[in-house]
Write a protein that binds this ligand. Sequence first.
Ligand SMILES: Nc1nc2c(ncn2[C@@H]2O[C@H](COP(=O)(O)OP(=O)(O)OP(=O)(O)O)[C@@H](O)[C@H]2O)c(=O)[nH]1
Ligand SMILES: [Mg+2]
Length: 425
Amino acid sequence: MGWLRRRQQDTDPEEPREPAGPEASGESAPEPPEPSPEGPSAGDETPAPESPGEGERRPGFFRRLFRGREAPLTEAEPGAPAPEAPPEAEAPGPFEEPDLPPAAPAAGETEAAEPEVERAEAERRGLFRRFRERLGRTREALAGGLARLFARRQVVDAELLEELEELLITADLGVETTLALMAALQEKLKRRELSDPERLKAALAEAMLRMLRTPAPLPREARPWVVLVVGVNGVGKTTTIAKLAHMEQQAGREPLLIAADTFRAAAAEQLAEWGRRLGVEVIRQKPGADPAAVVFDGLTAALSRGVDSVYIDTAGRLHTKVNLMEELKKIHRTIMKKVPGAPHETYLVLDATTGQNALSQARLFQEAVGLTGLILTKLDGTAKGGVALAVVHETGLPLRYLGVGEGLGDLKPFDPEAFVAAILG
Ligand SMILES: Nc1nc2c(ncn2[C@@H]2O[C@H](COP(=O)(O)OP(=O)(O)OP(=O)(O)O)[C@@H](O)[C@H]2O)c(=O)[nH]1
Ligand SMILES: [Mg+2]
């Protein structure tokens, strides 16, 4: 809520804003329209993007950028399909072998400690190389853009910083986040600490890291550990739950999945198919069943089976007469009643290809159910990965995982150092 308050204080009351969320208006929000049959579109269920009402605060580049413009550069037209969003999948994709670490040597055949350390280090480098490759388009936008900028200008001065502003905003960092990073750099420029481009790059990396560092997740003491997963349609909720369940299994824990998206027959089937492939139990009911009732049943089963964790899949869109946020609140209340202290995590899944639209989604879901963390998917194949900085900076929520592909092994716990190194290095 601190985030919302900050944003509201930042807002000039004279300026038109995007429509208030369901809570803010005191009435139920109009039901989001059904998405186009072509596939998921983040614009379907999200309010209009932020108006560029902060023009007064934008220094040089922004003033030039928005002069004569009606809409901000970084935002897609509301309702327009996300340009890079892949078509909606009704069933899991091909089963990919996860990134499994090589089997540990059995007792008795332990090799000398040194090659072991070297192997671990080589593996770590290999994993990082793959991660870096998956973020290739964002890296091309940011690291590539920086290299081109420095090739033209060798002296770090106010003009170079203006061009850097432009670069960051076009890499989907958003206005507020770009300005926050620039403030740190301008401070260093004044103190004459940015003598050359290399130092500027290091200072930018440092400022990004400071922005991305968030508190560590809560220690997992409760059993079952209950995780509610929310997000608009097509962002990758179901696939991400399969990946999280897989991670649980890798850690030697037993997960259980609940298919609380009862509005599309194919939704529960998609989760059930993942469950079959993983060998994980999935609790589901007939299409059209009350999602909160499915959650109640699922948690009853989880408690009686004594599983370690529960992942609850929810709908990203509903029938026109049913309000998504009201339904999620009901699910949330059911979880709290059934398992005291739960949900232990409520993750919002955001699709990186939708860029700045992710921010308005975060605001709506935060108001409805209260979020404990974010998961950013589809960072592979998009140049909009800079949005990771914007969502962390502007929501104040921790980013917990990154989705970098469709395979089970393509979900990475978010590591700020590795991320900054991958997009700037
Ligand atoms: N490239 C890529 N594709 C992804 C990633 N995560 C999910 N997807 C794909 O995105 C599509 C939609 O994923 P789903 O998991 O069905 O999304 P959802 O949020 O459950 O969708 P609804 O149930 O319709 O609300 C599928 O084709 C997934 O394979 C990712 O990190 N990278
Ligand atoms: Mg789904």
